[in-house]
Ligand binder design. Structure first.
Ligand code: ADP
Ligand code: ASP
Ligand code: MG
Length: 418
């Protein structure tokens, strides 16, 4: 008998029929004699729809506390319905919100980190023979406020819970058969990976591969959780995410990711004296704004220019923050751009293979596209470009690094808004 955490994403529980299919799959596992904890996301596009609703109601930036109060309701609908569906099959089940399941987080709204998990109620309910269903994406701060973990955060709930209850495996069920060499929705000849290392998966997730939430991979790595990504629409074998993964011969780049959630801010003519950059980035850090690629683009008589990227959702707050320190940091002008995308190649073999980045630059420039920013680490290279031709770029890179296969990709759910 194994203790299994199964996580089902939004498209897997997108309507009543799909919810019933998930219930049947869980009940089958429980009948086989396993103990099942099920983490579930909001149905279909519910979270997007709730966000759209705030835009119609709210004339100010929506207060972060109320936003979390609202968005956490999506998962609460799912857990209650899934519990009813499982009980309808004659299997005892009980649903818990994040806080009932003991998920404690930082007091940060919108992207809280999990700080502690007290899973006593989960254990008790399992011992009583129930399937335990837990709402993904949500937790509670020490002060008793509802928080959310960031978009896609149900994966993190599942893996963190799997670590806390020492589950034998955490299975992430989604609308594709596993982790692919790139997003199979845009590259039809993407190859499914039988295994991938935590480090490579972490890079891919951080660089925009939506299939796993980055913090979920962090948890899996830190607590050595056995993690499998597979389809909720069939019983095909998925992708094992593990400490070390076998590299196919001749393949240096394991995957390609892209991230459209990128905005570039340029601060022009910044006064040249020590400590100026520190002031800017300290102010941004205080506001919990993550800064990604930073490029100093030139020093002229009027001062230095530099650019950096933030996520689109942080752009407004970042611009306000920079404006608020105008008095203590002298600069001429601030500009921002949003029609950008960051395309990245990832592979553990890159570190020991020369010319990998050069091939990326060459492939992009052969398409007549200008590279605006570059960043590299041991196992990845990223380029920021204008967003218009991203699909073409990802496909060209996929071919250039020898990743194309002739097998057809199965994509289960409807194309999602992202
Ligand atoms: P869920 O609702 O199950 O959490 P997501 O939409 O968050 O599903 O993640 C699954 C989607 O991730 C797929 O439909 C696919 O379009 C996208 N994706 C992006 N990159 C990859 C990749 N490398 N491998 C598999 N899927 C990917
Ligand atoms: N419902 C949340 C979202 O859409 C969390 C998740 O699906 O993982 O981002
Ligand atoms: Mg997801």
């Amino acid at each position: 008998m194994a203790l299994i955490v199964m996580k089902f994403g939004g498209s897997s529980v997108g309507d009543a029929e799909r919810m019933k299919r998930v219930a049947a799959r869980v009940a089958e596992r429980q009948r086989e004699g396993h103990q099942c904890v099920v983490v579930v996301s909001a149905m279909g596009d519910t979270t997007d729809d709730l966000i759209d609703l705030t835009k119609q109601i709210c004339t100010i930036t929506p207060p972060a506390r109320e936003m979390d109060m609202l968005l956490s309701t999506g998962e609460q609908v799912s857990i209650a319905l899934l519990s009813m569906a499982i009980q309808s099959l004659g299997q005892p089940a009980v649903s818990f919100t994040g806080w009932q399941a003991g998920m404690y987080t930082e007091a940060v709204h919108g992207k809280a980190r999990i700080t502690d998990i007290q899973p006593e109620r989960v254990h008790q309910a399992l011992d009583a023979g129930n399937v335990v269903i837990v709402a993904g994406f949500q937790g509670m701060s020490e002060a008793g406020e509802i928080t959310t973990l960031g978009r896609g955060g149900s994966d993190t709930t599942a893996v963190a819970l799997a670590a806390a209850i020492k589950a034998d495996v955490c299975e992430i069920f989604t609308d594709v058969d596993g982790v692919y060499s790139t997003d199979p929705r845009i590259v039809k000849c993407a190859r499914k990976l039988n295994e991938i290392s935590y480090d490579e998966m972490l890079e891919l997730a951080n660089l925009g591969a939506a299939v796993l939430h980055p913090r979920a991979v962090e948890y899996a790595k830190n607590y050595n959780v056995r993690l499998v990504v597979r389809s909720s629409f069939n019983h095909n074998e998925g992708t094992n995410v593990k400490e070390e993964a076998m590299m196919e011969q001749g393949i240096v780049v394991r995957g390609i990711a892209y991230d459209k959630n990128v905005a570039r801010i340029s601060i022009l003519g910044i006064e040249e004296k020590p400590g100026q950059l520190a002031k800017v980035f300290t102010a941004l850090a205080k506001e919990q704004i993550d800064v990604d690629i930073i490029v100093q683009s030139g020093v002229q008589s009027g001062g230095a220019d530099f650019s950096f990227t933030v996520s689109m959702s942080d752009l407004e707050k970042a611009l306000q923050t920079i404006d608020s320190i105008r008095g203590s940091v002298g600069f001429r002008e601030v500009t921002s751009e949003t029609n950008l995308v960051k395309v990245s190649i990832v592979g553990a073999g890159m570190v020991s293979t020369p010319g990998v980045a050069a091939k990326m630059f060459e492939t992009i420039s052969d398409l007549g596209i200008t590279i605006l920013m570059v960043s590299t680490s041991e196992i990845k290279t990223s380029c920021v470009i204008e967003s218009g031709r991203v699909n073409e770029v990802v496909q060209a890179l996929h071919t250039a690094y020898g990743l194309d296969t002739d097998q057809t990709v199965f994509v289960g759910g409807p194309s999602e808004r992202r």
